[in-house]
Write a protein that binds this ligand. Structure first.
Ligand code: KIV
Length: 283
Protein backbone atom coordinates (compact mmCIF):
# COMPACT_ATOMS: atom_id res chain seq x y z
CA UNK A 1 0.00 0.00 0.00
CA UNK A 2 1.50 3.42 -0.90
CA UNK A 3 2.28 5.43 2.21
CA UNK A 4 -0.24 8.20 2.72
CA UNK A 5 0.75 11.78 3.41
CA UNK A 6 0.97 13.13 6.95
CA UNK A 7 -2.43 14.49 8.02
CA UNK A 8 -2.15 18.17 8.98
CA UNK A 9 -4.49 21.06 9.79
CA UNK A 10 -4.90 22.27 6.16
CA UNK A 11 -5.86 18.69 5.18
CA UNK A 12 -8.50 18.54 7.94
CA UNK A 13 -9.97 21.95 7.02
CA UNK A 14 -10.02 20.96 3.35
CA UNK A 15 -12.04 17.87 4.22
CA UNK A 16 -14.53 20.14 6.00
CA UNK A 17 -14.67 22.52 3.03
CA UNK A 18 -15.24 19.57 0.68
CA UNK A 19 -18.02 18.18 2.89
CA UNK A 20 -15.96 15.04 3.61
CA UNK A 21 -16.45 13.76 7.18
CA UNK A 22 -13.29 13.42 9.28
CA UNK A 23 -12.61 10.02 10.89
CA UNK A 24 -11.26 9.90 14.43
CA UNK A 25 -10.68 6.98 16.80
CA UNK A 26 -9.13 6.45 20.19
CA UNK A 27 -5.97 4.37 20.35
CA UNK A 28 -3.53 3.60 23.12
CA UNK A 29 -0.94 1.14 21.82
CA UNK A 30 1.48 0.38 18.98
CA UNK A 31 -0.23 -2.57 17.23
CA UNK A 32 -3.62 -0.86 17.17
CA UNK A 33 -2.07 2.37 15.91
CA UNK A 34 -0.41 0.37 13.13
CA UNK A 35 -3.81 -1.01 12.06
CA UNK A 36 -5.50 2.39 12.27
CA UNK A 37 -2.74 3.84 10.12
CA UNK A 38 -3.29 1.10 7.51
CA UNK A 39 -7.05 1.78 7.60
CA UNK A 40 -6.44 5.45 6.83
CA UNK A 41 -7.99 6.93 9.99
CA UNK A 42 -7.51 10.73 9.83
CA UNK A 43 -7.10 11.49 13.54
CA UNK A 44 -6.10 9.39 16.54
CA UNK A 45 -6.96 10.35 20.11
CA UNK A 46 -4.76 9.01 22.86
CA UNK A 47 -7.60 9.54 25.30
CA UNK A 48 -7.34 9.53 29.06
CA UNK A 49 -10.10 6.92 28.69
CA UNK A 50 -7.05 4.62 28.69
CA UNK A 51 -7.41 4.77 32.46
CA UNK A 52 -10.55 2.66 32.05
CA UNK A 53 -9.94 0.73 28.83
CA UNK A 54 -6.27 -0.15 29.38
CA UNK A 55 -5.54 0.28 33.07
CA UNK A 56 -8.82 -0.92 34.56
CA UNK A 57 -9.66 2.11 36.73
CA UNK A 58 -13.33 3.00 37.26
CA UNK A 59 -12.82 6.53 35.95
CA UNK A 60 -10.27 8.63 34.06
CA UNK A 61 -9.27 10.62 37.14
CA UNK A 62 -6.23 8.59 38.28
CA UNK A 63 -4.49 8.91 34.90
CA UNK A 64 -1.19 10.83 34.99
CA UNK A 65 0.78 12.79 32.39
CA UNK A 66 3.43 10.06 32.45
CA UNK A 67 0.78 7.41 31.62
CA UNK A 68 -0.39 9.54 28.71
CA UNK A 69 3.10 10.20 27.36
CA UNK A 70 4.05 6.51 27.47
CA UNK A 71 0.94 5.50 25.49
CA UNK A 72 1.14 8.45 23.08
CA UNK A 73 4.74 7.54 22.23
CA UNK A 74 3.70 3.96 21.44
CA UNK A 75 0.84 5.17 19.26
CA UNK A 76 3.11 7.55 17.36
CA UNK A 77 5.51 4.67 16.69
CA UNK A 78 2.60 2.76 15.12
CA UNK A 79 1.14 5.64 13.14
CA UNK A 80 3.45 8.16 11.53
CA UNK A 81 0.75 9.95 9.55
CA UNK A 82 -2.49 10.23 11.51
CA UNK A 83 -3.13 13.58 13.23
CA UNK A 84 -2.25 12.61 16.79
CA UNK A 85 -4.19 14.18 19.65
CA UNK A 86 -2.86 14.02 23.23
CA UNK A 87 -5.66 14.16 25.78
CA UNK A 88 -4.78 16.20 28.85
CA UNK A 89 -5.53 14.19 31.99
CA UNK A 90 -7.23 15.38 35.16
CA UNK A 91 -5.53 18.30 36.94
CA UNK A 92 -2.83 18.77 34.30
CA UNK A 93 -4.47 21.96 32.99
CA UNK A 94 -7.19 22.95 35.46
CA UNK A 95 -4.84 24.56 38.07
CA UNK A 96 -3.44 27.35 35.87
CA UNK A 97 -2.65 28.52 32.35
CA UNK A 98 1.03 27.88 32.96
CA UNK A 99 0.42 24.28 34.10
CA UNK A 100 -1.69 23.78 30.98
CA UNK A 101 1.00 25.12 28.62
CA UNK A 102 3.77 23.06 30.25
CA UNK A 103 1.82 19.80 30.06
CA UNK A 104 0.57 20.48 26.53
CA UNK A 105 4.20 21.03 25.58
CA UNK A 106 5.12 17.59 26.93
CA UNK A 107 2.73 15.92 24.46
CA UNK A 108 4.39 17.76 21.59
CA UNK A 109 8.03 17.41 22.68
CA UNK A 110 8.00 13.91 24.17
CA UNK A 111 5.39 12.08 22.06
CA UNK A 112 5.37 13.99 18.76
CA UNK A 113 1.66 14.74 19.07
CA UNK A 114 0.06 17.17 16.61
CA UNK A 115 -2.23 18.84 19.12
CA UNK A 116 -3.86 18.44 22.52
CA UNK A 117 -7.44 18.16 23.73
CA UNK A 118 -8.85 19.34 27.03
CA UNK A 119 -12.29 19.30 28.66
CA UNK A 120 -14.39 22.29 29.64
CA UNK A 121 -16.06 25.41 28.27
CA UNK A 122 -15.69 29.15 28.92
CA UNK A 123 -13.93 28.48 32.24
CA UNK A 124 -11.10 26.77 30.31
CA UNK A 125 -10.94 29.32 27.46
CA UNK A 126 -7.86 31.01 28.93
CA UNK A 127 -6.06 27.61 29.03
CA UNK A 128 -6.91 27.08 25.35
CA UNK A 129 -5.71 30.59 24.50
CA UNK A 130 -2.45 30.13 26.40
CA UNK A 131 -1.75 26.80 24.71
CA UNK A 132 -2.60 28.13 21.24
CA UNK A 133 -0.49 31.26 21.83
CA UNK A 134 2.38 28.92 22.70
CA UNK A 135 2.06 27.46 19.19
CA UNK A 136 0.21 24.28 20.08
CA UNK A 137 -3.07 23.49 18.29
CA UNK A 138 -5.87 22.75 20.75
CA UNK A 139 -9.22 20.95 20.72
CA UNK A 140 -12.00 21.68 23.23
CA UNK A 141 -14.36 19.03 24.59
CA UNK A 142 -17.94 19.83 25.63
CA UNK A 143 -21.10 17.93 26.61
CA UNK A 144 -20.32 14.82 28.60
CA UNK A 145 -16.86 15.56 29.92
CA UNK A 146 -15.75 12.45 31.83
CA UNK A 147 -13.35 14.30 34.16
CA UNK A 148 -16.41 16.13 35.58
CA UNK A 149 -18.62 13.06 35.73
CA UNK A 150 -19.35 13.55 39.41
CA UNK A 151 -20.52 17.16 38.89
CA UNK A 152 -22.53 16.11 35.82
CA UNK A 153 -24.36 13.41 37.77
CA UNK A 154 -23.12 10.41 35.76
CA UNK A 155 -22.46 9.33 32.18
CA UNK A 156 -25.59 10.82 30.58
CA UNK A 157 -26.68 13.00 27.66
CA UNK A 158 -25.93 16.68 28.22
CA UNK A 159 -27.83 19.78 27.01
CA UNK A 160 -31.32 18.37 26.68
CA UNK A 161 -32.98 21.44 28.20
CA UNK A 162 -32.92 24.81 26.41
CA UNK A 163 -30.97 26.42 29.26
CA UNK A 164 -28.27 23.75 29.36
CA UNK A 165 -28.11 23.65 25.55
CA UNK A 166 -27.60 27.45 25.51
CA UNK A 167 -24.67 27.05 27.90
CA UNK A 168 -23.06 24.52 25.55
CA UNK A 169 -23.60 26.86 22.57
CA UNK A 170 -21.97 29.71 24.53
CA UNK A 171 -19.11 27.47 25.68
CA UNK A 172 -18.44 26.40 22.09
CA UNK A 173 -18.23 30.05 20.98
CA UNK A 174 -15.89 30.85 23.89
CA UNK A 175 -13.55 27.99 22.94
CA UNK A 176 -13.65 28.97 19.27
CA UNK A 177 -12.83 32.61 20.17
CA UNK A 178 -9.98 31.40 22.38
CA UNK A 179 -8.44 29.71 19.33
CA UNK A 180 -9.54 26.06 19.51
CA UNK A 181 -9.31 24.70 15.96
CA UNK A 182 -11.79 21.95 16.81
CA UNK A 183 -14.38 21.07 19.42
CA UNK A 184 -15.57 17.59 20.35
CA UNK A 185 -19.23 17.37 21.34
CA UNK A 186 -19.77 14.23 23.40
CA UNK A 187 -23.29 12.96 24.04
CA UNK A 188 -25.30 16.05 23.21
CA UNK A 189 -28.60 15.92 21.27
CA UNK A 190 -28.16 15.73 17.48
CA UNK A 191 -30.03 19.03 16.91
CA UNK A 192 -27.75 20.85 19.30
CA UNK A 193 -24.69 19.43 17.54
CA UNK A 194 -26.13 20.51 14.18
CA UNK A 195 -26.77 24.03 15.42
CA UNK A 196 -23.25 24.41 16.83
CA UNK A 197 -21.75 22.97 13.62
CA UNK A 198 -23.73 25.43 11.48
CA UNK A 199 -22.61 28.35 13.64
CA UNK A 200 -18.94 27.37 13.74
CA UNK A 201 -16.89 29.84 11.74
CA UNK A 202 -13.36 28.53 11.65
CA UNK A 203 -13.69 25.55 13.92
CA UNK A 204 -14.13 21.86 13.19
CA UNK A 205 -16.97 20.26 15.16
CA UNK A 206 -16.61 16.55 15.92
CA UNK A 207 -19.30 14.25 17.27
CA UNK A 208 -19.09 11.42 19.74
CA UNK A 209 -22.62 10.10 20.13
CA UNK A 210 -23.99 13.50 19.08
CA UNK A 211 -25.40 12.64 15.66
CA UNK A 212 -24.41 12.88 12.01
CA UNK A 213 -24.31 16.65 11.44
CA UNK A 214 -20.83 17.42 12.74
CA UNK A 215 -17.75 17.69 10.51
CA UNK A 216 -16.61 14.25 11.61
CA UNK A 217 -17.07 11.35 14.00
CA UNK A 218 -15.13 9.93 16.94
CA UNK A 219 -15.56 6.45 18.42
CA UNK A 220 -13.86 4.69 21.29
CA UNK A 221 -11.90 1.82 19.76
CA UNK A 222 -12.59 -0.59 22.63
CA UNK A 223 -16.36 -0.11 22.23
CA UNK A 224 -16.15 -0.81 18.47
CA UNK A 225 -14.62 -4.22 18.96
CA UNK A 226 -16.14 -5.54 22.18
CA UNK A 227 -12.90 -5.03 24.07
CA UNK A 228 -14.23 -3.23 27.16
CA UNK A 229 -15.75 -5.80 29.49
CA UNK A 230 -17.74 -3.52 31.81
CA UNK A 231 -20.32 -1.95 29.45
CA UNK A 232 -21.09 -0.90 25.88
CA UNK A 233 -22.43 2.63 25.52
CA UNK A 234 -25.48 3.09 23.25
CA UNK A 235 -23.60 5.54 21.05
CA UNK A 236 -21.00 2.95 20.06
CA UNK A 237 -21.43 0.74 17.03
CA UNK A 238 -19.79 -2.69 17.30
CA UNK A 239 -17.90 -3.38 14.05
CA UNK A 240 -16.59 -6.75 15.17
CA UNK A 241 -16.44 -8.78 18.35
CA UNK A 242 -12.69 -9.07 18.81
CA UNK A 243 -13.24 -9.63 22.53
CA UNK A 244 -15.18 -12.81 21.74
CA UNK A 245 -12.59 -13.97 19.18
CA UNK A 246 -9.79 -13.48 21.71
CA UNK A 247 -11.74 -15.18 24.51
CA UNK A 248 -12.40 -18.22 22.29
CA UNK A 249 -8.71 -18.33 21.40
CA UNK A 250 -7.70 -18.17 25.05
CA UNK A 251 -10.11 -20.97 25.96
CA UNK A 252 -8.64 -23.03 23.11
CA UNK A 253 -5.12 -22.46 24.44
CA UNK A 254 -6.08 -23.49 27.96
CA UNK A 255 -7.84 -26.61 26.63
CA UNK A 256 -4.94 -27.63 24.34
CA UNK A 257 -2.21 -27.18 26.93
CA UNK A 258 -4.34 -29.07 29.46
CA UNK A 259 -4.94 -31.95 27.01
CA UNK A 260 -1.28 -31.89 25.82
CA UNK A 261 -2.23 -31.14 22.20
CA UNK A 262 -0.20 -27.90 22.24
CA UNK A 263 2.65 -27.52 21.39
CA UNK A 264 3.08 -29.48 18.15
CA UNK A 265 6.40 -29.94 16.26
CA UNK A 266 5.68 -26.76 14.24
CA UNK A 267 5.82 -24.79 17.46
CA UNK A 268 9.28 -25.83 18.67
CA UNK A 269 12.87 -26.08 17.49
CA UNK A 270 15.15 -29.12 17.43
CA UNK A 271 18.95 -29.43 17.51
CA UNK A 272 21.24 -31.73 15.46
CA UNK A 273 21.82 -35.23 16.91
CA UNK A 274 25.61 -34.78 16.97
CA UNK A 275 25.32 -31.54 18.96
CA UNK A 276 22.94 -33.18 21.40
CA UNK A 277 25.23 -36.22 21.80
CA UNK A 278 28.14 -33.86 22.38
CA UNK A 279 26.13 -32.04 25.01
CA UNK A 280 25.39 -35.32 26.84
CA UNK A 281 29.11 -36.13 26.84
CA UNK A 282 29.89 -32.73 28.30
CA UNK A 283 27.55 -33.27 31.25
O1 KIV B 1 -10.44 10.03 26.82
C1 KIV B 1 -11.13 9.88 25.82
O2 KIV B 1 -11.08 8.87 25.10
C2 KIV B 1 -12.05 10.95 25.50
C3 KIV B 1 -13.24 10.56 24.73
C4 KIV B 1 -14.27 10.02 25.67
C5 KIV B 1 -13.75 11.68 23.96
O3 KIV B 1 -11.85 12.04 25.90
Amino acid sequence: MPERKKVNLPFLFKKVADGQPITWLTCYDYPTAYLQEQAGVDMILVGDSLGMTMLGYDSTLPVTMDDMIRHAQAVRRGSANAFLVGDMPYMTYQPSVETAIRNAGRFMAEAACDCIKLEGGAAMADRIKGIVDAGIPAIGHLGLTPQSVSALGGFRVQGKSAALAKKIVDDAKALEKAGAFAILLELVPDRLCKLITERAENCIIMSLGSGPHAHGQLLIYHDMFGLYPKFKPKMAKVYGNAGEVILNGLKGYVAEVSSKTFPQPDNWFGMPDEEYDELLKML
